[in-house]
Design a protein around this ligand. Structure first.
Ligand SMILES: *Cc1c(COP(=O)(O)O)cnc(C)c1O
Length: 431
């Protein structure tokens, strides 16, 4: 379900809250154990997140239980991270066994778990090499450094420009932030690295005008996740690919949210028939264990040589052992068909709410956005009360990204809770 170009432009106001919810989710008064955690959060932590007033004790599959023992269906999935759900037996067993063997040795040595994960990613993606890191933003830093050094060596130091999309989200460290198309996120931290320019998402004409001999890379999400699940048009992405080839620039697809089965294909670029030069991954790759990766064609990867880039934790045996379990599970025959079926069921159900509180449904596989007629935060709050976790990346948009292992009955149950929440949100507040 790829929407038309005119629907698919990013929203103009740039009000994305990058997954932490626009407007706090309130919920019912918390129980004593949760209240103590909320108090400690307020007292000891940087106040960088809008958190819902809930804390969990454990999970199983798609379900989480809070400290008071109330169950929830997890349709946030830790922001598209918990790809195999909670307490997945193979993941738990592998992590425990790896912890018992050894946790860390550093990249001063060869790491079999790292080469296993790299082989799986290379085989699955058609790209030729992998570099492991610890998060999404760090994967994009690697891609930016790779693009800059490659262009310097092939085209000279002037070819340092990176073209990115308005309302795109690439992370919070300075390089990835420079490529993030939300002025509000960038402005407080200026001066940022120079050489980034922005074009409206899905505007092929603007792409033609922006990409040129000075371009070293274009970085773009196949679906803008944090901006409210907005899919790229085929024309836009293919135009970018052609322009990159014409100007010897790298097409960097940020698949940090869309990769590793989330959209019902191993990578979202498969839906579009693209051949990217670089793909960045994180979120779902470790099923909850922090791990990111940069995948690249051989020619591109060859420009980073010893001393150019590195990370102490990146490719750590624990993280890579977890990634191997996730990847081996997802490439099993039938798994992605299950993701596509569950996604279809979810979107069809949501489409049934159109004109009953839902305006538009977008997305692919199990990355789904629903634009609401009303504000999304009060609906997310009512879902929380009803035992369903969803988040609101934009003021009028709910995002649903449950574990890829979600059962059809769990999709139906979530839809029932959401229907009730939409009904209540349309009625006056009884509290
Ligand atoms: C989440 C996200 C990032 C940043 O990943 P972190 O692990 O939070 O640094 C970058 N790009 C996209 C598309 C994302 O969804």
């Amino acid at each position: 379900m790829i929407c038309r170009a005119e629907d698919a432009r990013g929203p103009e106001d740039g009000a994305s809250e990058a997954g932490y919810g626009s407007g706090a989710v309130q919920g019912r008064p918390p129980g004593p154990e949760t209240a103590a955690v909320i108090e400690a959060t307020a007292r000891y932590l940087f106040q960088t997140y809008n958190r819902a007033p809930v804390a969990f004790s454990h999970g199983r599959g798609t379900r989480l239980w809070d400290l008071e023992g109330k169950p929830y269906l997890d349709f946030v999935g830790g922001i598209a991270v918990s790809s195999l759900g909670h307490g997945h037996p193979a993941l738990v067993e592998t992590i425990a066994a790896q912890a018992a063997r050894y946790l860390h040795v550093s990249n001063l040595y060869h790491i079999p778990e790292q080469t296993d994960a790299a082989e799986l990613l290379v085989e699955a993606s058609g790209l030729e090499r992998a570099f492991f890191c610890n998060s999404g933003t760090e994967a994009n830093e690697g891609a930016i450094k790779l693009a800059r050094k490659r262009a310097r060596e092939r085209k000279g130091p002037d070819a340092h420009e990176i073209v990115a999309a308005e309302n795109g989200f690439h992370g919070r460290t300075l390089g990835a932030l420079s490529a993030t198309g939300v002025e509000r996120y960038r402005a407080p931290f200026e001066p940022l690295p120079a050489g980034f320019r922005f074009i409206p998402y899905n505007d092929a004409e603007a792409a033609e005008a922006a990409v040129g001999p000075r371009t070293c890379a274009v970085i773009v999400e196949p679906i803008q996740g944090e901006s409210g699940v907005i899919p790229a048009t085929r024309e836009f992405l293919h135009t970018l690919q052609r322009l990159c080839r014409e100007h010897d620039a790298l097409l960097v697809l940020d698949e940090i949210q869309t990769g590793v089965g989330r959209t019902g294909e191993l990578f979202a670029f498969r839906h579009y028939g693209l051949e990217p030069d670089v793909v960045t991954l994180a979120k779902g790759l470790g099923g909850g264990v922090p791990v990111g990766a940069v995948l690249a064609r051989e020619e591109a990867a060859s420009h980073l040589v010893p001393g150019d880039h590195g990370t102490t934790f990146g490719g750590n045996p624990l993280a890579c052992a977890a990634a191997c379990v996730v990847l081996r599970t997802i490439i099993r025959p039938g798994f992605l068909a299950g993701v596509r079926a569950a996604g279809e069921r979810l979107r069809t159900g949501l489409a049934g709410f159109v004109s009953h509180g839902v305006r538009e449904v977008r997305g692919l596989g199990l990355l789904v956005g629903a634009d609401l007629e009303s504000e999304a935060a009060p609906v997310a709050t009512r879902c929380l009360d009803g035992g369903l976790l969803v988040n609101a990346p934009r003021p009028h948009t709910l995002r649903l990204a449950p574990p890829l292992t979600v059962a059809p009955e769990e999709v139906d149950e979530a839809l029932e809770i959401l229907a009730e929440a939409l009904k209540e949100a349309a009625a006056p507040d009884p509290r």
